[in-house]
Design a protein around this ligand. Structure first.
Ligand SMILES: N[C@@H](CCC(=O)N[C@@H](CS)C(=O)NCC(=O)O)C(=O)O
Length: 207
C-alpha cells in the first residue's frame, strides 16, 4: 500500500529542505523525483499538484501542500511524536513560528537579492530590510544553541539551517563564525548526512 506521504522532489533544489524534514521525521514516504532539466515539473500532471510548477510539494493522505516552510510546519504538527515543533499552548510556539516565517520571508529573499545583485531598493519597502541586518539577526538566533529554541531541535532549524547552508555554499552569505559553528552542529545530524548522501545518488542517477 502507498505511504501516507508522497513527496515531489528534485535533487539540488529547495525540495532538499523537505527531504531533510522527512528524514528528521522518520516517517515512510513515497518519493517522485522530477527532472527539472526535462521540465517534468511543468507537465499537466504535476501542475495539477502544484500550479506554480515548482518543487517541493507533498500530498499527505491525499491533501496537497506546497511551499517548503509550510510543508515542514505541517509535517511537524501532523507527527507530534517526532517533537519537531512546540505544541499549541507551549510558550516556545511563538518564537518557533517566528523563525519558520523568517526563513522564507526574510532570509531567502535577502540571499536571492544578494546573489542576483538586486539589492538597493528602499530597505523600508523590503520585507527583510537590509541583508546585513537580516544576517545579524539570524547569527544571533543560532549563536547560543545548540539549536534555535535552545536544547530542542525543531523544524525551525531545518528552515533557518537550510538557508544558512545554501547561502554559505553559494557564497552569498559571507563566512562568519556563528554560521560556521551552527553548520557543524547541523552536519552532525544523521538525518542531514542521509539527505546529502541520497541527493548525491540522485544526481548521479540522473547524469
Ligand atoms: N516558494 C517556493 C519556492 C520553490 C522553488 O522556487 N523551487 C525551485 C527549485 S529550487 C523550482 O521548482 N524551480 C523550477 C522552476 O521554477 O521552473 C518554496 O519555498 O517551496
Amino acid at each position: 500500500m502507498a505511504n501516507d506521504i508522497v513527496f515531489y522532489h528534485a535533487p539540488q533544489s529547495r525540495s532538499i529542505i523537505v527531504q531533510w524534514m522527512l528524514e528528521e521525521l522518520g516517517q515512510p514516504f513515497d518519493m517522485h523525483v522530477l527532472n527539472l532539466k526535462k521540465n517534468e515539473h511543468k507537465t499537466p500532471g504535476y501542475l495539477a499538484i502544484n500550479p506554480m510548477g515548482k518543487v517541493p510539494a507533498i500530498s499527505h493522505k491525499g491533501v496537497v501542500i506546497t511551499e517548503a516552510a509550510a510543508i515542514c510546519a505541517y509535517l511537524a504538527d501532523a507527527y507530534p511524536k517526532a517533537q519537531l515543533a512546540p505544541a499549541l499552548g507551549d510558550s516556545r510556539r511563538g518564537p518557533y513560528l517566528r523563525w519558520m516565517f523568517f526563513g522564507p520571508s526574510c532570509m531567502e529573499p535577502a540571499i536571492i537579492d544578494r546573489m542576483f545583485k538586486r539589492e538597493g531598493a528602499e530597505p523600508g519597502a523590503l520585507g527583510y530590510g537590509s541583508f546585513d541586518t537580516t544576517m545579524e539577526v539570524a547569527a544571533a538566533a543560532v549563536s547560543e544553541g545548540p539549536w534555535i529554541l535552545g536544547d530542542t531541535f525543531t523544524a525551525a532549524d531545518v528552515i533557518i539551517g537550510s538557508n544558512i547552508q545554501w547561502g554559505t555554499m553559494t557564497k552569498a552569505i559571507p563566512a562568519r563564525k556563528e554560521f560556521e559553528a551552527y553548520g557543524h552542529r547541523l552536519m552532525e545530524r544523521p538525518a542531514l548526512k542521509r539527505v546529502f548522501e541520497k541527493d548525491a545518488e540522485l544526481v548521479k542517477a540522473a547524469a
